[in-house]
Write a protein that binds this ligand. Sequence first.
Ligand code: ASP
Length: 331
Amino acid sequence: MTTKTLNPLFDLTSHQRQPSIKNGLYLKDVLSVEQFTKDDLDYIFLRANEMSKMAARWGTCDLLKGYTLACVFYEPSTRTSSSFIAAMERLGGKVIPITEGIQYSSVSKGESLIDSMLTLEQYRDVIVLRHPEIGSVAKAAKYAHVPIINAGDGAGEHPTQALLDLFTIQKELGKIDKLKVAMVGDLRYGRTVHSLTKLLSQYDVSLRFVSPDTLRLPLDLMNMLIDKGINVRETSKVQDVIENADVLYVTRIQKERFTDLAQYDEVKTFFEITPELMEKAKQKMIVMHPLPRVGEIHYSVDKDPRAAYFRQVQNGMFIRMALLAAVLGQA
Ligand code: ASP
């Protein structure tokens, strides 16, 4: 899928705000991290770095002028929806968000997801879609004629989050190979964990999974890791992994996926990352979280330079700028 070329998108040395060249990676849709090769990932990260330089120097540009994005969220979102909106605006495009008003759209009248997509594509060039059902975004992409970007399909995948997570790891620690990554929390329903695990399985990493017994990583993912020969261990105690982790990837318990709230109550206070716990961690390591946090990381950890979760948020905009450019043939 990738044609490797390092021609820059922007000329930052002159006052040229137009893209200097179109080349590189074209994506039809972004549905799952499984579609990306390591070369694609390098390319996206390269473009995301360029986006960050462009934003620092010029703020905005005209790369996607004339394009419009429909941002359609059937589940709540703060970061993903707002960063896609910010990304499109920084590239000179327009956005019509349908993020707060699903109850006012025709979905509330019983319109199917496919009909909504076939309607929106009549006046949009790209659709970012979040939906509670696993596989629903891929299904919408089968019918739609414009690019569809998966912004989370239930407990399935969250590919753009995983791309920004991996980008953050590389930026913060300078590499991905040879790292020990510990994922903590709701590994069963956490879609960001599922996507990041798949991406990391392309690298030479050791993975540690920390969760209550009822929220362990799905078996198909665990088997995939074992088949690939990845060094994996499971435990229910953060204390078992804190000393050796290069990355502590913390997630919240996904309350909305539980059918029995009594089961949620049993695990909701499973763990908390505190300054005392951080004393046991390496000096050079990072704590990440896809956010929102609901008690998993104590607020006093925020002062610790190893707390990377808000830097992670900023990286999200640059990755999404790179992805929007790629699906619209401008990367
Ligand atoms: N914001 C992430 C997601 O949409 C993580 C979370 O909600 O816990 O999956």
